[in-house]
Design a protein around this ligand. Structure first.
Ligand code: GLU
Length: 389
């Protein structure tokens, strides 16, 4: 007998993780597949982080921790928000979860219900709309286009806000487009938000160290402290410190929301993994200089992939300003393939895993992650060229 809930019937499995699992299964079966489907730095987790995890194991830190993380972990997170994002918050306004994804899930589940609307810029990260749907809310897409750097304007936002708008999702640098909102854009978005005091903002800053322009990363809660009591800022160590498997995300926002998220967490995962917290403390408190080196390597990879993709007839990608994804347009190839899901399957057959644009609320293209080593990226691009020519 199969019994599923109405809430489950509103969502589908994550297409980024599904494609990656598929590529992994093919590789395990001996098929030569290069996976550029997941956003995961290929760099090894830094040695001092691994040492901290081992030391935690040896010290017997293998038991429950407080629901929202240990006091030490919360301090490290608060220090990270202050030092790296310019957000000064007491530890009572900080919480730690099993990846940024869990923090987002809990925040939406704690605040969104039937009839509530969440404005999500599109193309979007796969999990935003699904989490909203699971909670019973509706997604109001805010369509963005490549020629404007996949960024919405204050006017676009104002047009979508209604009486039931609960949240605006902001993701800069953004997945899957690499869009970066600069200070002037954020200030104009803030002006709109001031006219709509009931709208909360989820600022997902998980890619903050990965900006390739000269301007530094700016985040709304630091730029507009008058709005900070309705902004939840998400960060973590997964993308910055190559620690995806540790599953540690951190969040800061108004205390009522942080407590609500912890109430849910007390009934879901219970607490973030104790060993992972020790590793994340080492990551956030240890040396940070290598982040700039990694960013420079990502920039070089980006340039290489953008050039290679744009040299393939039928494909076009703008140059992303941040994160490690290119959103590739393949419209001229749709006559041949029908849709981008078919194109993705064809590329998988030819040994490259990517994610179709439709997974992100886009169409007729695909997302390629350049968080892989140079040789694999080069080989992947030449396989794509061969597969499409
Ligand atoms: N955020 C990454 C991606 O978009 C990891 C997979 C996921 O959680 O979606 O590829």
């Amino acid at each position: 007998m199969k019994v599923t809930s109405p809430a489950l019937s509103r969502i589908a499995p994550s297409q980024t993780t599904a494609m990656t699992d598929r590529a992994t299964a093919l590789r395990e079966a001996g098929v030569d597949v290069i996976s550029l489907s997941v956003g995961e730095p290929d760099f090894a987790t830094p040695a001092h982080v691994l040492e901290a995890a081992k030391a935690a194991l040896d010290a017997g830190q293998t038991k429950y921790t407080p629901v929202g993380g240990t006091a030490r972990m919360k301090q490290a997170a608060a220090q990270h928000f202050a030092r790296d994002l310019g957000i000064e918050a007491p530890v009572s306004q900080v919480t730690v979860s099993a990846g940024g994804k869990q923090a987002i899930f809990h925040a939406i589940a704690a605040t969104v219900g039937e009839g509530d609307e969440v404005i999500v810029p599109s193309p979007w990260w796969v999990s935003y709309p699904e989490i909203v749907h699971y909670a019973g809310g509706s997604v109001v897409p805010l369509q963005t286009v490549a020629k404007h750097g996949f960024r919405f304007t204050a006017g676009d936002l104002e047009a979508q806000i209604g009486p039931r708008t609960r949240w605006l999702m902001l993701n800069s640098p953004g997945n899957p487009t690499g869009a970066v909102y600069d200070e002037a854009m954020l200030r104009s978005i803030a002006d709109v938000l001031r006219r709509h005091p009931g709208v909360l903002v989820m600022s997902d800053d998980i890619y903050s160290p990965l900006i390739y322009t000269d301007a530094p990363h700016v985040t709304l809660a630091a730029l507009c402290p008058d709005l900070a009591d309705r902004i939840l800022t998400i960060s973590g160590v997964s993308k910055s410190h190559a620690m995806t498997g540790f599953r540690i995300g951190v969040a800061t926002g108004p205390e009522w929301l942080i407590r609500a998220m912890e109430t849910l967490q007390s009934h879901s995962s219970g607490n973030p993994c104790s060993i992972s917290q020790a590793a994340a403390i080492a990551a956030l408190e240890g040396p940070q200089q290598f982040l700039a080196e990694w960013r420079d390597r990502f920039r070089a990879r980006r340039d290489m992939v953008v050039d290679a993709i744009n040299a393939i007839p039928g494909l076009a990608t703008p140059v992303p300003d941040g994160a490690f994804y290119c959103m590739v347009d393949a419209t001229p190839l749709m006559d041949r393939f029908g849709d981008d899901a078919a194109l993705a399957l064809h590329l998988l057959d030819q040994g490259v895993a990517i994610v179709p644009a439709s997974a992100f609320g886009g169409r007729d293209g695909f997302r390629i992650s350049f968080a892989a080593d140079e040789a694999r990226l080069r080989e992947a691009c030449s396989r794509i060229a061969k597969a499409l020519t």
